[in-house]
Write a protein that binds this ligand. Structure first.
Ligand SMILES: *Cc1c(COP(=O)(O)O)cnc(C)c1O
Length: 377
């Protein structure tokens, strides 16, 4: 007889139980639209969480990046410098605005954009006679990039800094919330992220004009007239008020989710510290990661490898994933230049993202660790 064990997912949605109440409010007001009181309130609460003066709810994190690049004036002929170790949604909007990409490798101490390599990449782009339209560092797996170092370099060249904090809701950099320090920041509420609206994103900035113009572009760029008047091309990117109602429910638990994600990281850390060849993604001193996903490195001295572990977990109905495949290794970006590369290539080879959902129980965690230890011997 086979015993079917419940599947443990990598990072499944985790509802607080409040969401349906907020959705009921949305239904009662009949704002089943990309506008409404729940959306306005969700944006306000997100401003309070992040410390940004203005937030705009949109249909996805990818849409938020697209809007930001457009408003930063990035277009054909420009180059956007971005982290190579990231999810593709971070960089596809660069192609939407017709600009070129240039990737940058990460710092092994943080796994985020290496400031020294950013400086080198800017020089390379400038030497080719092109303009750098924006820099997009990703706050990987919930850990902030070194904003001060990146900011100084961008300021020297007057390049806008757009922080991709899609995975970093709740993280801090020198006491401030993830994303603070960029000209603008984006967050994602996709189903697998720290909090979810089923799908959605947020664009945040202290610049009111920037957010107001993003709001206009996100609603088909309608001019101020009683009829439909358009002087520019926009998008249909606004967040649904019903999705925002889910977001309000999630905002009631975001702090406890982040606390739990950090506990999960510590649990794995304690379990693996005595295993030779095993280590976890390092924590930068300048801030506190959310550990959206706990990522493990397995090197040659371990006697095993990440793919063997992944398959062993899968055989026990447990989901795990390799680290993001670097963008400069993606077939779709074969012609895109990259400054550096070996650091993220090694992390891709040796890394494995472990189940990290905030709803994981102690029994789940024990089950996961038992499988990994059985492979590690
Ligand atoms: C999830 C994610 C995005 C895209 O967000 P969506 O809401 O899925 O469009 C962008 N960048 C990073 C680093 C992400 O993890």
């Amino acid at each position: 007889m086979t015993v079917t064990k419940d599947r443990i997912f990598l990072s499944p949605p985790h509802m607080s139980g409040q969401e349906l109440e907020f959705i009921k409010e949305a239904f009662a007001s009949n704002y089943i639209a990309p506008v409404g009181p729940q959306l306005t309130r969700f944006e306000k609460e997100f401003c309070r969480l992040t410390g940004f003066a203005h937030c705009l709810g949109v249909s996805s994190g990818t849409a938020a990046i697209h809007l930001a690049l457009r408003l930063m004036g990035v277009g054909p002929g420009d180059v956007v410098i971005a982290s190579t170790l990231t999810f593709i949604g971070s960089v596809t909007p660069v192609t939407f605005v017709g600009a070129d990409l240039h990737f940058v490798d990460c710092d092994p101490a943080t796994w985020n954009m290496d400031p020294a390599l950013l400086r080198e990449a800017i020089n390379t782009v400038h030497a080719s006679g092109k303009r750098v339209g924006a820099v997009i560092p990703t706050d990987l797996y919930g850990q902030c990039s070194d904003y001060d170092a990146l900011r100084t370099i961008c300021n020297n060249h007057q390049i806008p800094l757009l922080i991709d904090a899609a995975e970093a809701v709740g993280a801090t950099y020198k006491g401030n919330h993830a994303g603070r320090g960029g000209d603008a920041a984006v967050y994602s509420f996709n189903g697998n992220k720290i909090i979810t609206t089923s799908g959605g994103g947020m664009l945040a900035s202290d610049n009111l004009d920037f957010i107001e113009e993003a709001r206009r572009l996100s609603q088909q760029a309608r001019d101020d007239a009683p009829h439909y008047e358009h002087t520019t091309i926009g998008y249909n990117y606004r967040m649904s008020n019903v999705a925002a109602a889910i977001g309000l429910g999630q905002m009631t638990v975001v702090d406890s989710f982040v606390t739990r994600l950090r506990e999960i990281y510590r649990f794995y850390q304690k379990e693996f510290e005595s295993l030779p060849g095993f280590s976890l993604m390092p924590e930068a001193e300048y801030g506190e990661s959310t550990h959206w996903l706990t990522v493990m490195l397995v090197d040659e001295t371990s006697g095993t490898d990440p793919e063997t572990i992944r398959l062993a977990l899968e055989a026990e109905n447990i989901e795990s994933r390799p680290v993001w495949k670097p963008m400069h290794l993606q077939p779709v970006f074969t012609n895109v230049p990259c400054t550096g590369g070996p650091v993220s290539e090694k992390l891709f080879e040796q890394g494995l993202c472990l189940p990290s959902g905030s709803a994981l129980t102690e029994a789940d965690l024990e089950r996961i660790v038992r499988v990994i230890k059985s492979v590690a011997r």
